[in-house]
Write a new protein. Structure first.
Lengths: 289, 347
């Protein structure tokens, strides 16, 4: 039971990150490396504000906004200064590393002795061991519902159109660039929110916690979309959330079977590749038939 | 293809349920301990008698490995021996924070009888994972347990945890450098901005340097790739370099030594492993001893003599001066007469 609980907790925290990556990678077709720094950005903001005594839930909102600012930066660099997509993400990511250190004040900021979103939950006494999972679930649910709603608005439709068919957006006399910036803002806000929840759950900020965040996000999106693409009753956002849980389950199982962390990245890469190849095979067959 | 996918998911899910089924899964979770790979084959009736000691280490690195070795020795000296009355499971996160959390969580899920966490981020991950359970966490190689919020100012923890600190013997190091280099004025220190322990250590150095007539020149790097430039730059400004236990810098020690040699200044280490690898000398902690001390603390918790939160964390106080004669010769340095008796040749 305990292992299932921890997989769900971890998987759902990263699911918020995966939703962000889903927007950039899948909808906008934008390889956004800002993620590796906007994840710890949310953590740094949350950790420092918590030590200053701000309400833990308000910290989540501030982290969300900080992430939005990071996305805005990448968006402006890309759209206004015409820097290539990959590079704009890398530039923001690099600069954010220093900014994160400044925000937190140091490379490792513990918040063990402060209140967090889980410890101040009014339902704590009723839920016992499920309190943490429940709060995380609420955050994920809120993120998903708002995102689902947004994608159905006019702005959301344009966002989806930019990735699929940029000419359509231009023909609607809308600015492609603005739409892209909006996408990046929402994506990084979500990623940062995920970092904030992660930090409050593990109860410390650590500068290295963002390393490989983009890989986790991409893996979750790809696993989710490919595994559940036949289940048409599932929204892509739901599939991505499930993908994140499946990914974390695979990692947890691998570790509990004694796989050393040395091999972890190799296995992750192989899993990644396998899902992609299997997904493509499926596609090939369909188009041949 | 769909069927294959469905099978794959089903397989993955069923595995996760086996995992949470009962403690017998722990056996297959297996010790990564190479010697004892066979042990995972044993029936789990053994499991009832043997205490399960789980060691979580943050990164692979000479000092941390020594801590682990010492910890196992310390337990043994107190009568807890691998295979006899304890089972040791060891996992290393290879400096990956996500893996560290997962390892900590797995150890807690596997209902370890005691978790030994090596290095600060791992100690924090285990401390958090074990919160709310009765699993004691014994940490080691944590430079400042109070700053890491693992302990209160009174050296006792809020939760079921205690351990040992590897706070650098800064004064001894400064004293040693003064003895080797009576004329030196400026000491250079390289550190990486991602390691909080290094910042604490630099503050200590700055505080004490004046007393020994030194000035500290520090230079921070963000990643390994910055080290060659930073090392060359700092080497041109100082009379000698001294190292901290900064993981990034220590892993790139060869680069630092190379830059220092070009500027013909010596590099002092912070522990024996660095001296073995070419530093002239170090007033260093004996990490094996630190580990042993930690192992003994763990033993007293296992014997139910004391709870972890009733034991104050300990700082190892004695340090040894380790030297590398070859390296000393290279820079025309010699061991001061009054130290000749006490220095230890690192090899």
């Amino acid at each position: 039971m305990a292992i299932t609980l921890s997989i769900l907790e971890q998987g759902l925290i990263y699911a918020v990150l995966a939703l962000g990556v889903y927007i950039t990678y899948k909808i906008l077709d934008f390889p956004d490396l800002t993620v590796d720094s906007s994840f710890p950005l949310g953590a740094a903001v949350s950790a420092i504000l918590i030590t200053k005594g701000l309400n833990a839930y308000l910290c989540l909102i501030v982290s969300f906004l900080a992430g939005a600012a990071a996305g805005l930066t990448t968006g402006i660099i890309h759209v206004k200064f015409k820097v290539r997509d990959l590079l704009s993400g890398i530039i923001t990511m690099t600069m954010l590393y220093s900014i994160n250190l400044h925000i937190a004040g140091k490379a490792n900021l513990p918040i063990f002795n402060s209140e967090n979103i889980f410890s101040i939950s009014p339902l704590k006494d009723y839920l016992g061991g499920f309190n943490t999972l429940f709060i995380i679930f609420l955050v994920v649910l809120a993120a998903k519902l708002v995102l689902d709603w947004y994608l159905k608005t006019k702005s959301g439709y344009l966002l989806r159109a930019v990735g699929d068919n940029p000419t359509l957006v231009t023909s609607l006399s809308k600015d492609n660039g603005t739409v892209k910036i909006i996408g990046l803002v929402i994506a990084n806000a979500l990623v940062s929110l995920s970092g904030a929840v992660m930090c409050q759950q593990q109860r410390f900020f650590e500068i290295s916690m963002g390393t490989g965040a983009i890989v986790i996000g991409l893996a979750s999106v790809i696993i989710g979309i490919n595994l559940f693409k036949t289940a048409s009753f599932l929204k892509p956002t739901t599939a991505v959330i499930l993908g994140s849980v499946v990914y974390k389950a695979c990692v947890a199982i691998a570790i509990s079977f004694g796989l050393s962390a040395t091999d972890m990245k190799l296995i992750t890469g192989a899993l990644f590749l396998a899902v992609l190849i299997l997904g493509n095979l499926g596609k090939g067959k369909k188009s041949n038939a | 293809m769909k069927k294959f996918m469905a099978l794959a998911i089903a397989f993955a899910l069923s595995l996760s349920f086996v995992g949470c089924g009962d403690s017998s899964a722990n056996e297959s979770a297996g010790s990564t301990d190479q010697i004892n790979n066979e042990a995972s084959e044993q029936e789990h009736s053994d499991n009832d008698e043997k205490l399960k000691i789980s060691i979580a280490q943050f990164a692979e690195h000479g000092s941390l490995d020594n801590c682990r070795e010492g910890f196992i020795d310390g337990l043994k000296e107190e009568g807890f021996e691998e295979g006899k009355n304890i089972e040791i499971e060891y996992q290393n996160a290879q400096a990956d924070m996500g893996a560290a959390n997962q390892i900590a969580q797995n150890f807690v899920n596997d209902k370890a009888d005691l978790i030994c966490a090596i290095a600060t981020p791992m100690a924090q991950a285990c401390y958090n994972a074990a919160d709310g359970t009765d699993i004691p966490v014994i940490y080691t190689a944590v430079t400042d347990p109070v700053a890491a919020e693992l302990s209160n100012e009174n050296k006792l923890s809020e939760k079921n945890a205690t351990g040992t600190s590897d706070k650098l013997p800064v004064e001894q190091q400064l004293k040693m450098i003064r003895a080797f280099m009576p004329e030196a004025k400026k000491i250079g220190i390289l550190y990486s901005t991602s390691e909080v322990n290094s910042e604490t250590a630099i503050e200590q150095y700055k505080e004490k340097a004046g007393e020994y007539g030194f000035e500290i020149v520090e230079s921070g790097v963000n990643q390994s790739a910055d080290i060659p430039m930073a090392a060359a730059d700092i080497a041109s400004k100082v009379d000698c370099i001294t190292n901290l236990t900064d993981n990034t810098i220590v892993s790139n020690l060869a680069v630092v030594l190379d830059a220092a040699e070009k500027a013909s200044i010596p590099v002092f280490g912070s522990e024996i492993e660095q001296v073995k690898n070419g530093c002239v000398a170090a007033a260093g902690l004996d990490y094996i001893e630190l580990g042993k001390l930690t192992g003994k603390m763990a033993a007293s918790v296992l014997k139910n003599e004391k709870k972890a939160n009733e034991i104050e964390y300990e700082v190892i106080s004695q340090s040894n001066v380790y030297i590398n004669s070859q390296a000393l010769d290279k820079f025309n340095l010699s061991v001061p007469d009054d130290m000749k008796e006490s220095v230890i040749e690192a090899e």
